[in-house]
Design a protein around this ligand. Structure first.
Ligand code: ATP
Ligand code: MG
Ligand code: MG
Length: 406
């Protein structure tokens, strides 16, 4: 199961070895998707060695990593073998074998964030229980085991009712909405049935979705990135606007909720806190990711230190970088697969070509071997003097025409 992509031997730094560069600690990342790829890009600037574990031979991080071990981050023996090559173990996906991480921690392997954090977060229901116990505001929720339970939840919370899978959710796969009691059975079926482990959330009547990237160093120092607005289409993140166009008080409140949420979890690294803003100015937590996040892609071009660099700095124990924006505004657009196969690549190519001619736009292409509908294939970040300007530039790219400058 083990294959070297570039370097056959990777040695873990021992504490006694002299430091010749920024850090001699080899960073092991479970997962080699686009987040792993962008971690590798940030690492290359600091000459930090990143090794990735991912089952796909040509995963996005493969060609940029110091070493790619081909194997499953869900398989215990593979993760243990991988850990031998790493000075610190971190994740770019939370759906990893957490029992193995707990075992490794007991043996002295350094996991950042801690396995306890991954355990709480990878089960969305446990996550909600954890945050409610820590006084973090969130939509009401309830575990459901059968149709009777689902009906009871519907009576209590009303409709529409959000039904969610406890585990393995991403990009809205794992969410189903029942608009009425009659729709409960089909919504449950769409998620694979009760035996998959489901729970319900009261519908959050949000006016905006916000997100805050929080980074915590090994010394427990915490820094927060500016609050952003995330706009989802079909449950998938479509656009991120930075900073969020909301009142200063709301930004302050969102930042406070986000840092309180992260303070209740253990370990160093970047955390993303997804939030709902309701009409009456309430902030409710949606979920937390224990890793760099889509809502922080823009930080590569718009902030003094990107979320990727800060994640690396945090897990190896370097001083954290400044999370503030160095440009007044930024917008990030996810390039999702519109069609399968060749046609999909052609459509994406047209978009990218337009983006390349827009000042302030940066194209990121993840080099995924297969094009699939709704798959995140790349993203475009546009920076500029105002949100109005970057949004009108985005409209040129997306719609292919020039709109009036705001
Ligand atoms: P991600 O890719 O962010 O990990 P996910 O699959 O974990 O997504 P969620 O973040 O739980 O899914 O939900 C996806 C989207 O669905 C949210 O961003 C929001 O737009 C909507 N949503 C989730 N929960 C609720 C709720 N309780 N009420 C209303 N809308 C919701
Ligand atoms: Mg999620
Ligand atoms: Mg989410």
């Amino acid at each position: 199961f083990c294959q070297a992509s570039s370097h056959d031997e990777v040695s873990v730094r021992s504490d006694e070895s002299p430091v010749h560069g920024v850090s001699e600690i080899v960073v092991g990342v479970l997962g080699g998707g686009q987040l792993g790829r962008m971690l590798c890009q940030a690492a290359s600037q600091l000459a930090i060695k990143v090794v990735v574990l991912d089952p796909q031979e040509n995963c996005p991080a493969s060609s940029l990593s110091y070493h790619h071990m081909v194997g499953s981050f869900d398989d215990s023996a593979t993760v243990e073998e991988f850990a031998k090559r790493c000075g610190v173990l971190t994740v770019e996906i939370e759906h990893v074998n957490v029992a193995t991480l707990e075992k490794l921690e007991k043996q002295g392997v350094d996991c950042q964030p801690k396995a306890s954090t991954i355990r709480i977060i990878q089960d969305k229901y446990l996550q909600k229980v954890h945050f409610s116990q820590h006084g973090i505001p969130l939509p009401e929720f309830m575990q459901i085991d059968d149709l009777e339970g689902a009906k009871k939840a519907g009576e209590l919370f009303g409709y529409p009712l959000m039904i969610k899978s406890r585990r393995l959710a991403y990009d809205g796969r794992g969410n189903a909405v029942a608009k009425s009691e009659e729709e409960l059975p089909s919504a449950v079926d769409a998620l694979g049935g009760f035996h998959r482990g489901l729970y319900v959330e009261k519908w959050a009547p949000f006016v905006k979705e916000l997100a805050v990237i929080v980074v915590r160093g090994r010394d427990n120092s915490i820094s927060c990135y500016p609050v952003v607005e995330t706009i989802h289409r079909d449950n998938i993140c479509n656009i991120v606007k930075a900073p969020a166009d909301v009142k200063w008080k709301i930004r302050e409140h969102a930042t406070e909720v986000a840092s309180n949420a992260v303070n209740s979890l253990e370990g160093a690294g970047v955390f993303a806190v997804e939030l709902f803003l309701t009409e009456d100015g309430q902030i409710l937590l949606n979920e937390v990711a224990p890793r760099p996040h889509n809502s922080g892609h823009h930080t590569i071009e718009s902030c003094y230190t990107s979320q990727y660099e800060n994640h690396l700095r945090a897990v190896v124990g370097l001083p954290l970088g400044n999370p503030l924006m160095k440009t007044p505004a930024a917008v990030m657009y996810n390039v999702l697969g519109e069609e399968e196969g060749e046609l999909g690549f052609q459509l994406a190519h047209q978009l990218i070509k337009r983006a390349l001619s827009i000042p302030g736009a940066t194209v990121h292409w993840y080099d995924k071997p297969e094009m699939r509908k709704q798959r995140k294939m790349g993203h475009i970040t546009i920076v500029g003097p105002s949100l109005g300007k970057v949004e009108s530039n985005l409209a040129i790219i997306v719609e292919g025409k020039k709109l009036d400058d705001k």
